[in-house]
Design a protein around this ligand. Sequence first.
Ligand code: GAL
Length: 372
Amino acid sequence: MMNIQPSSENQFGLPTNPVAMIWKRCCRWLALIAPLGLAASGWAGGEFRPGEVWLDTAGKPIQAHSAGILLVGKTYYWYGEDKTLGDFNKTGVSCYSSTDLYHWKHEGVVLPKQAVPPAFRDNGICERPKVIFNARTRKYVMWMHLDDSKYHVASAGIALGDQPTGPFVFQAALRPITDDFGYKENDPNRQKQLGGTYRDMNLFLDDDGKAYAIYSSEGNATMYVVRLNADFTGPETPTVPGKTWARVFIGKSREAPAPFKHQGRYYLITSACTGWAPNAASYAVAGNILGPWETKGNPCVGAEAEKTFRSQSTFVLPVAGKPGCFIFMADRWFKDKLEDSRYIWLPLILKPDGSFTLEWREKWDLSVFEMK
Ligand code: GAL
């Protein structure tokens, strides 16, 4: 075998044979360009390809639709609807873990369908699960939208876990706000009797430790922002409009809420209500999470901006250590093959004036935030 190591050097440290000379030059050249390469690739090791099939570390397509992400230490946990068996709650809520946001390990179905009451299994609905941590009770608290196949039961589901990977134990199904806003007696959603419907939802844990459920209510006409009790297992009681909860975007029919906060201002991205079909997103900003909210309009720009790049908002993840930098997460639903629906993740970078736009990218990585 040819020895390509520099075998001998003269008194000036220069190699005396031609192979060694080439080897040494290559090493020098590599030493020069390596730091450049590292700087250019930033948080190297992966990339996001919005809309493409995303495989987990076992090589299987990730099944975690309507995602919500929780950061615990340095590990991200991605929760979502496991739609392996199509629409409806035939599997449950899945969880994946990652330390780099690119590579995700399947942690299993952490709230299997058997864990929820029978009405919400199989032909029932379990959608938009989100998990936050309660520092007082040391519990991981999951809220979700539970329903029947006609979407008339429209209730919140609450489950608790001791670990981010569960198992989560089901606690209750309820409608957090029961005030009567003049509902009809024959309302199929039975809001007069049971309170305002609870459908597309999210959770938001504020810096002061208080948490909120944000959800489409009143038959999806109006969004509610409801402060949770100290354990995060229900609404703060007594529920007082304008104090512990608020009606927002009244009569505007918004859903798929994705909240985030920056420099004391609250942001909320929502979609219109067109089922699995995509529509234009809109965002609003508020100094107080209970409002008033100022609507700013569609943040998406470029081709297919009016359809949110054929997707629907689900979550906004703050980029750790990068104030003003977030990842916008959405679902590209394939209504005839829901299990094959895709994940759309795009960078969201706030401008100095607090506004932002969302642009389509075929592929990108976390180095986009290093420009910030
Ligand atoms: C959408 C909603 C989804 C799902 C779907 C059912 O409007 O955002 O989570 O409920 O309707 O048609």
